[in-house]
Design a protein around this ligand. Structure first.
Ligand code: AP5
Ligand code: ZN
Length: 216
């Protein structure tokens, strides 16, 4: 299975990607997570990405595309993958098609997660993330057993730099202008499946699995 998750910031792409990747036994490739790991590790890639991420802008395509190409060439992605946060504009989608064609393969499905902007702001302002295992929580909707602490290994949860209200509004604008055109692009390719990403996490997962199965 080679699948892409598309949706505005806070739609639950990361949350669903983690669950679906495990259930489908394919690696989750999250460009946002890879960038954040590079920023906290102080790598060259992290230095290039940080200013764009802090503003809520897209990291330049040449940087992002090269990183994804390396990642998809790794052995564990040979049998399939779930992309979370890539592609994020039409040029990236075209680059991805080229990369997959070079590997002799193509996408099976692009799953669009739909949620309105007010809900997104609520979700992102309450989001807390684990620096150790990457699990994402919400202070109200998906709280950890012990406040501020990951259920998995007890690490202290943190709030993302770009989850301030002003930056959230900017990321939504970037989504509308640059990423939303992918919906039409992938509809044209016959790959798009859209689900409502509201309601309990498990219900969204069930809808996602049904939509993916239908496209398989
Ligand atoms: P990225 O990390 O991809 O951020 P994003 O797209 O803004 O998405 P988020 O991670 O904010 O949200 P999500 O949809 O994953 O939601 P989540 O599951 O966490 O990118 C960050 C930055 O990196 C970009 O701004 C850009 O600079 C750069 N970048 C990344 N990819 C790039 C690319 N391809 N090109 C260029 N630049 C790139 O859920 C959100 C919250 O809601 C959580 O608290 C969660 O617990 C809660 N929640 C989830 N589901 C539900 C539910 N059903 N009900 C209630 N709450 C829920
Ligand atoms: Zn953890």
């Amino acid at each position: 299975m080679r699948a892409v998750l598309v949706g505005p910031p806070g739609a639950g792409k990361g949350t669903q990607a983690q669950i679906l990747a495990e259930e489908l036994s394919i690696p989750k490739v999250s460009t946002g997570d890879i960038f954040r790991a590079n920023v906290s590790g102080g790598t060259e890639l992290g230095k290039k990405a940080k200013e764009f991420m802090d503003r809520g802008d897209l990291v330049p395509d040449e940087v992002t595309n090269a990183m994804v190409k390396d990642r998809l060439a790794q052995d564990d992605a040979a049998g399939g993958f779930l992309l979370d946060g890539f592609p994020r504009n039409v040029p990236q989608a075209e680059t991805l098609q080229g990369m997959l064609a070079d590997l002799g393969t193509q996408l099976d499905v692009v799953l669009e997660l739909r949620v309105d902007e007010e809900e997104v702001v609520k979700r992102l302002s309450g989001r807390r993330s684990c620096p150790e295992c990457g699990r994402v929580y919400h202070v109200e909707y998906d709280a950890p057993k012990v406040e501020g602490t990951c259920d998995n290994e007890g690490a202290a949860l943190y709030q993302r730099e770009d989850d301030r209200e002003e930056t959230i509004r900017h990321r939504l604008k970037v989504y509308r202008e640059q990423t939303a055109p992918l919906v039409e692009f992938y509809t044209g390719e016959g790959l798009l499946a859209t689900i409502a990403a509201t309601g309990p996490v498990a219900e969204v997962t069930a809808r996602a699995k049904a939509a993916i199965e239908e496209k398989r």
